[in-house]
Write a protein of this length. Structure first.
Length: 512
């Protein structure tokens, strides 16, 4: 199996970003092909890969969903979500891509549908010489995952067709609703597939800045020596959204911010910030180090949850000059809902590198602005020789979205005869440095799966470890009444109690 480092060495630059040489043709079966995720994210990502020659010319995409639809109707619907202008807006390339699309209508729990699917795949494989390689993408609601997995196993569609072919499955988050359901789902998946075939996807890990975090830490001699308790005061990881629940009220009412964001995206970022250097840059080594950091986080107990975790729910407010409704007024939301739309928490890592360095995590909806970032706050200079001058501690900020980049702040003397120190920043922006051709996260991750590189995907033990950190919070909340909701206005930085979480230790959140 090739590593990302080896593949990059074999790459060629195409229209602004590296395009890994495609390895083998394959058939892609997209379960949930008529859904929102497939249309908005997955089809454009696959088109992006095809346009940049990152898919083998003989690939085929078979959409599977309950909706009855012809191949032609599926292609027409798909075309509506492909670029209409700018990069990739090429009618000839679009038509070439659409010609690779087919559709299969069936129920997710119907054995007969999978028998017919097996026959259809045999035909597709034979007519297009795909070598028996297959990728299944589960873009369905989570409660459908067990049905699809079970039926693929019963129809003998889970194993490689022959000794030289491969079969892989991508499973979207959320992977379980709590620790028990995650373990149950893992057990069902691993009864049908081998762990090496399973790719649990978190699209945050496909973002350039997230990937560059490993390069930044382990590819530069200047930063890694400072990445420890001797120099770092604390770490802040923020995943803020200005949007409300939009059309996801039914899902969000059963999930909330803790399950939706903290358990997956934010803890993934935490593991990348905190992990030790892997022995080599391959899937096994990187994921071994990520699980170690999750296992080193001090578990929260029932009595410590209330000191270390804050939850909130947004009320009516103003976002970008427009009045917006509160969460309880959103369509499909229970008017007495106790679902949290904001979570802030403090974690401690019990190992040599991070002893007594707090990690502050927060995520919420309807906040002041959209921003996902990792902020490393360094300790103050041990002795201030400039009398009367207050110098802000240095900060290193990795901006993940919306504008990917890295900034470093430090003190500098302002012009003039007086000794006046002002904070300044050095900024690096991906778009400015590399152009507008950086790849979307889903395209990166799908491409990695086709190439058999699981470095940026979650492993079963990592998923269960993350739930192990979240479960005590869920249990504490379940056994106590919610705080008076709403407790923050839309368009603000969140509830005041979140500020108290850091202020009690003389620190403060970075403003949004």
């Amino acid at each position: 199996m090739s590593t990302r480092a080896t593949d990059i060495a074999e790459s060629s630059r195409v229209e602004g970003y590296f395009c890994e040489v495609p390895h083998e043709p394959c058939a892609i079966v997209m379960f949930g092909a008529s859904g929102d995720l497939a249309r908005r994210k997955l089809l454009p990502a696959l088109y992006d890969l095809a346009v940049h020659s990152c898919l083998a010319p003989r690939f085929r995409l078979l959409g599977f969903a309950r909706t009855e639809m012809s191949d032609g109707a599926f292609r027409t619907n798909a075309s509506e979500f492909l670029p209409k202008n700018g990069a990739g807006a090429d009618d000839g390339k679009k038509q070439d891509f659409l010609n690779q699309l087919e559709y299969f209508g069936g129920k997710y729990d119907d054995p007969e549908a999978y028998r017919c699917l097996a026959e259809r795949l045999e035909t597709i494989d034979r007519e297009n010489q795909l070598g028996g390689n297959r990728l299944y993408y589960l873009a369905t609601p989570p409660d459908v995952y067990p049905h699809v997995i079970e039926q693929l196993g019963r129809a003998n569609l889970a194993g490689p067709k022959n000794g030289s072919s491969w079969t892989r499955v991508i499973i979207e988050k959320p992977f379980g609703h709590d620790g028990a359901s995650a373990r149950e789902l893992n057990a069902k998946v691993l009864r049908v597939f081998d762990e090496s075939q399973v790719y649990r996807i978190d699209h945050y890990l496909g973002k350039e800045t997230v990937q560059n975090l490993l390069v930044f830490r382990f590819g530069n001699g200047i930063f890694e020596p400072l990445w420890n308790r001797n120099y770092i005061d604390h770490v802040q990881i923020t995943a803020a959204e200005a949007l409300g629940v939009e059309r996801r009220a039914a899902f969000y009412e059963s999930a909330g911010a803790l399950r939706d964001m903290i358990q997956s995206h934010v803890l993934q970022l935490t593991s990348l910030v905190g992990m030790e250097a892997p022995a080599r840059f391959d899937a096994t080594s990187v994921r071994n180090e990520k699980i170690k950091i999750l296992q080193s986080i001090r578990p929260l107990q029932a009595d410590t949850v209330w000191k270390s975790v804050v939850r909130g729910q947004y009320g009516p407010g103003n976002v970008k000059g427009a009045a917006v409704a509160g969460y309880r007024e959103e369509p499909g939301v229970n008017p007495n809902s106790a679902t949290e739309t904001f979570v802030a928490l403090k974690l401690l890592v019990d190992n040599w590198r991070w002893k007594d360095v707090p990690f502050y995590l927060r995520s919420g909806k309807r906040l002041a602005r959209p921003a996902t970032e990792i902020a490393i706050r360094f300790k103050r200079a041990p002795h201030m020789v400039f009398q009367g001058e207050s110098v802000e501690p240095n900060s290193l900020v990795l901006n993940i979205q919306p504008d990917e980049g890295i900034s470093l702040s430090f003190g500098a003397k302002s012009p003039g005869s007086q000794m006046r120190i002002q904070p300044v920043t050095m900024d690096f922006q991906y778009r400015q440095a590399f152009g507008a051709g950086s790849r979307e996260a889903y395209a990166t991750l799908i491409n990695d799966c086709i190439r058999g590189d699981a470095t940026l995907f979650d492993r079963a033990d990592s998923v269960e470890a993350a739930w192990g950190l979240v479960d005590p919070i869920l249990e504490a909340w379940q056994n106590a009444s919610a705080p008076p909701f709403p407790n923050y206005s839309a368009g603000t930085d969140g509830p005041r109690a979140a500020d108290d979480l850091t202020a009690s230790e003389g620190r403060r959140w970075r403003p949004l």
